[in-house]
Design a protein around this ligand. Structure first.
Ligand SMILES: C[S@@+](CC[C@H](N)C(=O)[O-])C[C@H]1O[C@@H](n2cnc3c(N)ncnc32)[C@H](O)[C@@H]1O
Length: 188
């Protein structure tokens, strides 16, 4: 969240500087505010519906990777990847790792960082609308309501054997294969 706020402030400041440098002060501040609002609106929608950007804590992050037991043939998805930090870690131990998020500032920031992680991809998109048919591992850190939705809508579309690692919140009505430090491992 802090990174997103810093990004918005920097973009806002850059816009103001550009307006003055290029003598575009005739552009109404309302347009600038409208532009910034559009920039953060999808992320706010995501935060309120399925979960705000709170990165998995360092210890949990490690536990998630350990429970996923990644190999270099794994194709990993992080559903709601934020700035992509889990995607970048997963990419180091897998064939490829892809993260989706709806927050434009976080996705832009993540895309920039992904230049240093060739096996990682950060994409702008609604996690509920993506195709995970090639996934072998799914990471999520979403609100309980979203985990219910995950079980109903995403789980049936995953191929058999796919490992699902959820931080903090269980999948309703499913018994985890393993549970460690509030991280849950399931297998389809
Ligand atoms: C709690 S954070 C998890 C970040 C990361 N997966 C981790 O474990 O560190 C949840 C993320 O999900 C994103 N999100 C929520 N709903 C979403 C949706 N419908 N589509 C894409 N991303 C979404 C939020 O923007 C937020 O960045």
């Amino acid at each position: 969240m802090a990174e997103a706020m810093i990004f918005i402030v920097i973009v806002g400041a850059l816009i103001v500087i550009l307006l003055y440098v290029f003598n575009l002060t005739w552009i109404s501040p309302y347009w600038v505010i409208a532009f910034l609002t559009l920039l953060i609106a999808p992320g706010l929608y995501a935060a309120f519906t399925s979960g705000p950007f709170v990165p998995s804590a360092r210890k949990r992050h490690k536990t998630m990777l350990r429970l996923a037991n990644l190999t270099d043939s794994d194709i990993v998805y992080d559903l709601g990847c934020g700035d992509g930090r889990l995607v970048f870690s997963a990419a180091r131990f897998s064939k490829k790792a892809i993260g989706y998020d709806l927050s434009i500032p976080l996705v832009l920031y993540g895309k920039m960082l992904s230049l240093f992680h060739p096996k990682a991809r950060i994409r702008f998109g609604n996690l509920w609308k993506q195709d995970y048919s090639d996934a072998t591992v799914i990471f999520c850190y979403l609100l309980p309501g979203a985990m219910k939705q995950f079980h109903k809508e995403v789980w049936p579309r995953l191929k058999k054997g796919t490992r699902v690692v959820s931080n903090a919140f269980e999948i309703h009505n499913l018994k985890p294969l393993k549970k460690e430090d509030k991280v849950y491992l399931y297998q389809v």
